[in-house]
Design a binder for this molecule. Structure first.
Ligand SMILES: Nc1nc2c(c(=O)[nH]1)N[C@H]1C(S)=C(S)[C@@H](COP(=O)(O)O)O[C@H]1N2
Ligand SMILES: [Mo]
Length: 422
C-alpha cells in the first residue's frame, strides 16, 4: 500500500465511525470533568474491591443514579396548573429512536387519571349494527399489532412562531415521543360491532375530568388506528392513558385520546372544543385552518444542541431525529452554514412508517462559528420548510403545526444557542 492509499483508507475508517477510540485519546476534552485518580488505570478501582448490590435491590429497575439529570422538564410560564399542563421529553439525552416510558412527555388537560383495570370499559355506540361494551380482557382476545409510532403534540415548537424563545432542544422539540404500541386495530373491533353505511365520523371520548373529545374521519379509523394497552412491552403508564388509549398514527397528539372510554359513530364531525376553539390555526386574513390533522415532516439535531455543547475539537458526530406523519423519512440534509450548503446524513435502520428516525453525520470542528440546521424529506417528497416559507402561508398567529427548520448557533467556545435567521 502506498502512503497515499493508507491515508485514504484511514480517513474512510473515520468517516464510518471506526477507530474513534484511538482518536478520542489524542483530542483533549474542552470541558473534562476531574476523575478520581485512585480509580484510573493502572490502579484497581474502588468498585472492583467491594461486592455489588443483590439482585433484589430493585424489583422494578431504575436508571443509574448518575443519570438523574435525564428527566422530563416543564417551563414555568407554560404551566397554568400541574393538572392542565405539559412537560417535555429530554430528546438531547436519548439515543436511537425509542423513548423510554418514564421519559415520554405528558400533556393532560385534567391531570393523570387513575383507573383500576377491573373497572375499565370501552363502549362503542352510534351508527353501528350492535352497540357493545368491552372489558380490557375482551380487547386482549383480538388479534394484536405491535407498531412503533411517534406522537407529537400539535403545539410542539409553538412558542417559536415569531422568533427563537426557548434555549433548549428539550423545550423547543420535546413534545414528541416514540414507543412501540401493542393493541388491537380499531377496524378489527368494528368487525364485531358492524358499521352502518351512514357512519362517516367517530367521536373518541376520554374518561378523565377534561372531557377530551375529538372527531376522526372513518377512513383514518379503518386505515391504521389502534386501541392500545401497552407501550414498549409493558402496560401503558398512567400518564399515557392506562389502561387504554387511542393511537392515531401520524396525526396530531390531541386526537390520541387517553383513558379511552367511548367511541361513537356519527355521520358528521362533532365540532368539539378541541377542534374549534383549540387546535385550529388562525391565518393572517382572519380565517382559521381547521382539521389540520397530519403532522408534517420535521427534524431536530439533538447533539450538539443548547443542552449539549461541543466539548471536543476535531472529529465527531452530529446526531438527530426526523419524523413525518405522511410516512417514512426518505432523506435528511444537514447544513453547517445556515442553509447555504447541505450534505445528506446517514439514516439508521429501522426507518419506519410514521416513526422517529435517527440520523447522524460525521464532521470536524476547528473551533469556528457554525449555523447548524437539519431538513427532513419524507417519502411523499414533502420538504421541511424554513420558518419564512411557513410564515408566508400561515402568518405568525398560529400556535400549532410549526415544523420549520431550526438553527443552532455553535459559538467559538462550543456553546450552542437557539437562534432565528433572517
Ligand atoms: N383523555 C385525554 N386524552 C388526551 C389528553 C387529555 O388531556 N386527556 N391530551 C391530549 C394531548 S393535547 C396530547 S398532545 C396527547 C399527549 O399524550 P402523552 O401525554 O402520552 O404525551 O394526549 C392527548 N390525549
Ligand atoms: Mo397536544
Amino acid at each position: 500500500m502506498t502512503d497515499k492509499k493508507k491515508l485514504i483508507s484511514r480517513r474512510s475508517l473515520f468517516s464510518t465511525g471506526a477507530g474513534l477510540g484511538a482518536l478520542a485519546l489524542t483530542t483533549k476534552s474542552l470541558l473534562a470533568k476531574e476523575a478520581n485518580k485512585k480509580n484510573l488505570p493502572p490502579n484497581v478501582p474502588e468498585w472492583t474491591e467491594a461486592l455489588g448490590e443483590g439482585v433484589d435491590a430493585n424489583p422494578y429497575g431504575m436508571p443509574s443514579e448518575f443519570e438523574s439529570h435525564v428527566v422530563r422538564r416543564n417551563v414555568e410560564w407554560l404551566t397554568a396548573s400541574t393538572e392542565s399542563s405539559v412537560n417535555f421529553t429530554p430528546l438531547q439525552d436519548l439515543e436511537g429512536i425509542v423513548t423510554p416510558n418514564g421519559l415520554c412527555f405528558e400533556r393532560h388537560h385534567g391531570g393523570t387519571t387513575i383507573i383500576n383495570p377491573t373497572d375499565y370499559r370501552l363502549m362503542i355506540n352510534g351508527l353501528v349494527d350492535r352497540e357493545m361494551i368491552f372489558t380490557l380482557d375482551d380487547l386482549k382476545r383480538f388479534p394484536q399489532v405491535n407498531k412503533f409510532y411517534f406522537l407529537e403534540c400539535a403545539a410542539n415548537g409553538g412558542m417559536e412562531w415569531r422568533g427563537a424563545q426557548l434555549n433548549g432542544c428539550q423545550y423547543t422539540f420535546g413534545m414528541v415521543h416514540n414507543v412501540q404500541y401493542t393493541g388491537v386495530k380499531l377496524s378489527d373491533l368494528l368487525q364485531e360491532t358492524g358499521l352502518k353505511n351512514s357512519a362517516k365520523w367517530i367521536l373518541a371520548e376520554g374518561s378523565d375530568s377534561s372531557g377530551m373529545t375529538r372527531s376522526i374521519p372513518i377512513e383514518k379509523i379503518k386505515d391504521d388506528c389502534i386501541v392500545a394497552w401497552a407501550m414498549n412491552g409493558e402496560a401503558l403508564r398512567p400518564e399515557q392513558g392506562y389502561p387504554v388509549r387511542l393511537v392515531v398514527p401520524g396525526w396530531e397528539g390531541n386526537m390520541w385520546v387517553k383513558w379511552l372510554r367511548r367511541l361513537e359513530f356519527g355521520d358528521k364531525p362533532y365540532m368539539t372544543r378541541e377542534e374549534t376553539s383549540k387546535y385550529t390555526d388562525l391565518l393572517s386574513d382572519g380565517n382559521a385552518r381547521m382539521f389540520t390533522w397530519v403532522m408534517d415532516a420535521k427534524s431536530v439535531i439533538t447533539s450538539p444542541c443548547p443542552e449539549k455543547p461541543i466539548i471536543h475539537r476535531g472529529f465527531q458526530q452530529i446526531s438527530g431525529l426526523a419524523w413525518s406523519g405522511r410516512g417514512k423519512i426518505k432523506r435528511v440534509d444537514v447544513s453547517l452554514d445556515g442553509g447555504k450548503n447541505w450534505k445528506t446524513a446517514q439514516l439508521h435502520p429501522p426507518v419506519l412508517d410514521k416513526s422517529l428516525t435517527r440520523f447522524t453525520i460525521p464532521f470536524e470542528w476547528g473551533g469556528e462559528e457554525l449555523l447548524l440546521q437539519s431538513r427532513a424529506i419524507d417519502e411523499s417528497n414533502y420538504v421541511q420548510p424554513t420558518i419564512q416559507e411557513l410564515q408566508k402561508i400561515r402568518g405568525v398567529n398560529s400556535i400549532y403545526h410549526n415544523n420549520s427548520i431550526a438553527t443552532w448557533l455553535i459559538t467559538k467556545s462550543g456553546k450552542v444557542d437557539n437562534v432565528r435567521l433572517g
